[in-house]
Write a protein that binds this ligand. Sequence first.
Ligand SMILES: Nc1ncnc2c1ncn2[C@@H]1O[C@H](COP(=O)(O)OP(=O)(O)OP(=O)(O)O)[C@@H](O)[C@H]1O
Ligand SMILES: [Mg+2]
Length: 243
Amino acid sequence: MSQDIKQGNNGIVVKAVGLKKTYFLDAVAVPALKEVNLEIPKGSFVSITGASGSGKTTFMNILGCLDKPTEGKYILEGTDVSLLTPDRLAEIRNERIGFIFQNFNLLARTSAMENVELPLVYAGVARHERQKKALELLEMMGLKGFETHFPQQLSGGQQQRIAIARALVNSPSIILADEPTGNLDSKTSYEIMNILKRLNEEMGVTIILVTHEHDIAEYAQRIITFKDGLVISDTVNTKKDTL
Ligand SMILES: Nc1ncnc2c1ncn2[C@@H]1O[C@H](COP(=O)(O)OP(=O)(O)OP(=O)(O)O)[C@@H](O)[C@H]1O
Ligand SMILES: [Mg+2]
């Protein structure tokens, strides 16, 4: 902690300042993010939408410390992440960020319980404590009795609930979900979205979710739309409470 440069964050968990990302493909510059300025307060539930290629995943990869911006700053809870070493970045990723992916990204030959424990293994938490926490979260996700199942023995919705338990196990500052319902049927998608909504409303978990489906985006309090690497709209979602 002490080596990080801390700035006052006033309840802002994610702050992007003049964020730009350019990829180079065969010496051709691809401007994926042209200039993004955003502030996301703690406890928010934000959806990011936009056409394919508009820069959503590029932005999420930066927020998740999986990639660095070409220009600009990303400040996560007052820490300017652009200044950190790769090792420190990996630690921040494990301590402060929970990821949920479209294809669940569970380890195939690993039980439900061990999948959930994994971030705690990296954080050096003792086995007894890990198992206690993993059990608690599996139970919260309605998966009591499935601890020893392997991912391929479970439905898509159950696998995604394991992934949510894994994302929560380190009590992260933010949960990042890139198309978390992309591989699920609509009924299961709504179940997963209701879980995320409850985590946000009842436990104050900050959630940033990418989706290209309107009805999924509308579970959030705030909807941000990207187009060609720019934010073209950023609105409060008035429909949320009617869901
Ligand atoms: N690793 C990469 N190398 C080169 N160009 C890339 C790379 N990743 C993304 N791009 C380009 O950057 C732009 C933004 O891509 P990005 O994946 O962020 O879009 P997206 O909004 O997530 O799209 P989708 O809805 O299809 O997932 C696109 O033009 C894409 O082709
Ligand atoms: Mg994408």
